[in-house]
Design a protein around this ligand. Structure first.
Ligand SMILES: N[C@@H](CCC(=O)N[C@@H](CS)C(=O)NCC(=O)O)C(=O)O
Length: 212
């Protein structure tokens, strides 16, 4: 199977980490959503990453849908999300906070990176910054000293760590003063699945211009 997308995208990275945790081998297509937009649209009509091209040629889009497929493949004993009940609700709420934070942080980065500086809309940047800050404070409050669901790293941990890993790359000034989240990121970063999915230099969108 082929994972389409670059590892500076936390959505791509959470799929890659999950595949590795569950023992799946995969190839990668690291073409850019900006520089190779037409090629990416030929895989995913939305022109977004990640996509997962299965061995039979079927294409799955959207990280949540891909993770759902993966959990189904491995079955409830090994799935990275609990199958039902309060544990599943808690996991999904943690992940909703994390991906919501990422959507807003991504909007800030796109505004700074893609929009000409004289056309930036400060009120929008301020709104997104407040949403990121408020989301991070809530996530910090929901975080303890270990993994979210007990002794094992599972999907909420993977998703949160991948989202937090975006900040040092793209917006370090927004991720200051969250000690529990910083500790969780450090714990995750020490794992081989995270070491193996660190974005390479040519996978990071340069400032001022999307990769050509
Ligand atoms: N809900 C989607 C979001 C994917 C997404 O936003 N991907 C970004 C990269 S982090 C992307 O493709 N951006 C290009 C664009 O939206 O034009 C998922 O979970 O896969």
């Amino acid at each position: 199977m082929i994972l389409v997308g670059q590892y500076d995208s936390p959505y791509v990275r959470r799929v890659a980490v999950s595949l590795q945790m569950l023992g799946y081998r995969f190839d990668r297509d690291t073409r850019s959503v900006f520089g190779d937009a037409e090629a990416i649209r030929a895989i995913n009509p939305l022109g977004r990453i990640p996509a997962l091209v299965l061995d039979g040629g079927e294409v799955l889009i959207d990280s949540a849908a891909i993770l759902d497929w993966l959990d189904e493949q491995v079955g409830p004993e090994r799935a990275l999300l609990p199958p039902r009940g309060a544990e599943r609700r808690r996991a999904l709420q943690i992940m909703a906070l994390a991906t919501g934070i990422l959507d807003k942080a991504g909007a800030i980065v796109y505004e700074r990176t893609l929009r000409p500086s004289d056309k930036r809309y400060d009120a929008w940047l301020e709104r997104c910054t407040t949403q990121v800050t408020s989301g991070l404070a809530a996530l910090e409050a929901a975080t303890g000293d270990g993994w979210y669901l007990g002794a094992e790293m599972r999907q909420p941990d993977v998703t949160v760590a991948c989202v937090l890993g975006y900040f040092p790359l793209r917006a370090p000034e927004l991720f200051v003063g969250y000690p529990k989240l910083a500790a969780l990121l450090a714990r995750a970063a020490a794992r081989p699945e995270f070491a193996h999915t660190r974005p390479a230099e040519d996978e990071v969108m340069p400032d001022g211009l999307a990769r050509a």
